[in-house]
Ligand binder design. Structure first.
Ligand code: AMP
Length: 475
């Protein structure tokens, strides 16, 4: 019924600020890496919700006149990412529906796994869906809840959905931020200090938003926490039993921006430590260490620092690659990668090279990069990956292919080395992921590397059924 269940997204909300929509726009701009398919903002002018959603990048979706039209002191926004499945404006968020007390809008990052069954129940009792996205279920559950107050309706709805969610809701007067009980996806709170008046509040996927809009970092929204922002300020509710969190470690490894602080730690410092640990675990004699930009850069710096091998940039990235380039009729070797990365002969000629990247998914990018490095003169190419082999799909909101397509799910490390054409290949150990936390691995989800799903999925993930609370005690 729903088109797909793996969605990476960005959420932002601002409450009580004279330029709310503009702040949300800037926030979405800072979070463009979390979703490039569509973008949207809904603002409240105190009487009605005003919405603009469109396919495309933030800078293309919002022009000055559109932002001006999104009036009011509160707004929420969303960037949606999708690599496959339906790319449709109907699935662009925030979603807006009417309930007894007026309109409510929602932005969601994560993946609800019981959405199909809930949608069926809701449709049988008369709800009319506008999209094929699982997120819309949440607003219909709020609209049809028997509870009286907005907050009780939201809490009631959240008790019925299963899966991962970092959410921001908006009504004409209230903004609500909520994170699922295991805290799979990040969500933080920031504040603009009121000068003599009330403070304004920000909720966002990552802290890099706060740096841009000059708001101060307050803290993470805690797993299972619901924060209500109204004229009275911020109120915290904890409607779920406390559980050991399952925060996505892949956010820290790859997905979040390195200048963000996620789960209370610096993403950049974490990635550098992964690189240092990788050098401790699998040192090799070489002339240069080089990153695959941008994702491999912090780990390569850490690797070079630890190993004493000089860091050099052998691969240069074109940052302006859109989806709409025209492919040449004539065959060009490694075209797909070359359009994004170019290898420098001046740096590589005759050199033994350590190439550092954060992960190998299908293996096709690494294969092309290595071919390109050799063609540009590298004498030896040693690949070092700053995370363990990605063996299992994510059911909690990171876009990963199925088991069959994950190269590490079907091949040994040496099989992968041979496929990508490297002289040597080494991954970080699972323990290595946690040296930054002094070996403490409690509170993180690393199911993509271990298949140890903190909440269980049935029949190989075709219909993930998360048994949320039964599974909590496993960790
Ligand atoms: P490949 O092995 O060719 O599938 O691609 C590996 C590259 O994809 C690495 O450089 C990673 O940084 C990057 N990567 C890892 N996970 C994801 C993801 N969920 N979405 C997009 N790119 C990713």
């Amino acid at each position: 019924m729903f088109d797909k269940f793996h969605e990476e997204c960005a959420v932002v909300g601002v409450h009580g600020h004279p330029e709310a929509a503009n702040m949300v726009y800037l926030g979405l701009y800072a979070l463009q890496h979390r979703g490039q398919e569509s973008s949207g903002i809904v603002s409240s002018d105190g009487d009605v919700l005003i919405s603009h959603r469109q396919m495309g990048l933030v800078a293309d979706v919002f022009k000055e006149d559109i932002i001006k039209n999104l009036q009011g002191a509160s707004a929420i926004g969303h960037n949606r990412y999708s690599t496959s499945g339906q790319t449709d404006i109907k699935n662009a968020q925030p979603f807006v529906v009417e309930y007894a007390d007026g309109p409510i809008a929602v932005s969601h990052n994560g993946n609800l796994v019981n959405a199909n069954e809930l949608r069926q129940q809701l449709e049988e009792s008369g709800s009319i869906f506008q999209s094929t996205s699982d997120t819309e279920v949440i607003v219909h559950l709020i609209a049809t809840s028997k509870e009286k107050t907005l907050t009780d309706r939201v809490v009631d709805a959240l008790h019925r959905v299963k899966g991962s969610y970092s959410l921001v809701f908006l009504t004409t007067h209230t903004m609500i931020a909520a994170r699922d009980p295991l805290g799979f996806r990040p969500l933080i709170v920031g504040r603009f200090r009121g000068e003599g008046e009330r403070d304004a509040w920000v909720a966002a996927s990552e802290t890099c938003v706060l740096d841009l809009i000059e708001a101060e970092y307050v803290r993470e929204v805690e797993p299972g926490e619901v924060l209500v922002f109204s004229r009275g300020g911020m109120e915290s509710l904890k409607p779920f039993p406390e559980a050991t969190p399952a925060r996505c470690i892949f956010e820290s490894i790859y997905f979040a921006r390195p200048d963000s602080n996620v789960y209370g730690h610096s993403v950049y410092q974490y990635r550098k430590e992964l690189g240092r640990q990788l050098a401790r675990e699998s040192h090799i004699d070489a002339d240069i260490v080089t990153p695959v930009p941008d994702s491999g850069v912090p780990a390569a710096i850490g690797y070079a620092e630890q190993s004493g091998i000089p860091l050099d940039l052998a691969l240069i990235r074109n940052h302006y690659v859109g989806r709409t380039f025209i492919e040449p009729q004539q065959h060009i070797r490694n075209f797909g990668v070359k359009i994004k990365l170019n290898a420098m002969r001046e740096v590589l000629q005759g050199k033994r090279v350590v190439v550092v990247d954060d992960s190998i998914v299908r293996g096709t990018t690494s294969q092309k990069i290595i071919r390109m490095l050799r063609e540009a003169g590298a004498a030896e190419v040693h690949v070092r990956i700053s995370s363990p082999p990605t063996i299992s799909p994510c059911y909690y909101g990171i876009d990963t292919p199925t088991h069959k397509e994950l190269i590490a799910s079907v091949h040994s490390v040496d099989g992968i080395r041979s496929f990508i054409g490297a002289d040597s290949l080494a991954y970080l150990s699972r323990e290595g992921l946690y040296t930054f936390f002094k070996g403490n691995d409690a509170g993180y989800c690393d199911a993509c590397f271990t298949a140890n799903y903190p909440v269980l999925a049935d029949d190989n993930g075709k219909t993930p059924q998360l048994h949320l609370f039964e599974a909590v005690s496993r960790r």
